[in-house]
Design a protein around this ligand. Structure first.
Ligand code: DC
Length: 225
């Protein structure tokens, strides 16, 4: 069976960066499950969802054609059909929309198989909120990455600033707190560490040190040498 490393945690915990670096270093595939929830929100707002709101989003989740590519400058490129929606997908506003649609169990079900299909040899790094608890419960290595709320808001702020779209740090802090509360209190697949996850607090830790820690944990489990 294809080995999966589950990397879960709240927004701004650094799991996206850590997952990308791990996948690159190991030559493994990467699943950015948050991007799929973001894409549902983007596709629904672009196409509109006539009729029942939840059913409309489920249809979008089932039918959307998405591609993850590497842009000519080495960054990411996300395509919805043939349209480049990268900036839209990464906008903070979309994170809020994604968190809202992600609370609907039927939308989560609609994305389940699509997420599992990312598991292909030689291995998968799966980044999200419920990778270790729901989508890949048998993953041989599960990491739950956290950091203090202040540090997470600061990291997110710097990320958005690099893209030229940051608002105020205080507003971002509030939005992140709101999103984390919704993600961890929803009835289905709430954000929480799997019982067999390693909890890594990355507050004050450089990203390379977090990657090294995961590499050590995987080595100890003979996932790689
Ligand atoms: O990781 P992110 O910020 O791109 O995720 C956006 C939202 O999607 C997040 O607030 C909650 C939701 N999400 C989820 O419910 N389950 C996942 N596995 C990944 C993301």
């Amino acid at each position: 069976m294809t080995p999966v490393v589950a990397v879960d945690g709240p927004s701004g915990s650094g799991k996206g960066t850590v997952s990308r670096l791990l996948a690159r270093r190991l030559g493994w595939h990467l699943l950015d499950s948050g991007a799929l929830y973001r894409l549902v929100a983007v596709a629904a707002s672009r196409g509109g969802v006539p009729g029942d709101e939840v059913a409309g989003h489920v249809r979008v989740a089932e039918q959307m054609q998405v591609r993850f590519e590497v842009a000519p400058d080495g960054g990411e490129r996300i395509l919805l059909g043939e349209v480049d929606v990268t900036a839209d997908v990464r906008a903070e506003q979309t994170g809020q929309g994604a968190s809202r649609v992600a609370a609907w169990p039927a939308v989560r079900d609609a994305l389940m198989q699509r997420q599992r299909d990312f598991a292909r040899d030689p291995g998968l790094i799966a980044d999200g909120r419920d990778m270790g608890t729901v989508v890949f419960p048998d993953a041989p290595l599960k990491i739950f990455l956290t950091a203090s709320a202040d540090e997470r808001a600061r990291r997110r702020y710097n990320q958005l600033k690099d893209k030229g779209s940051a608002g105020s740090l205080a507003a971002l802090s509030r939005e992140i707190a709101e999103r984390d509360l919704r993600d961890s209190t929803r009835s289905v697949a709430p954000l929480r560490p799997a019982s067999d996850a390693f909890v890594v607090d990355s507050t004050g830790m450089p990203v390379e040190a977090v990657v090294e820690r995961v590499i050590e944990l995987g080595r100890a489990r003979a996932l790689w040498r």
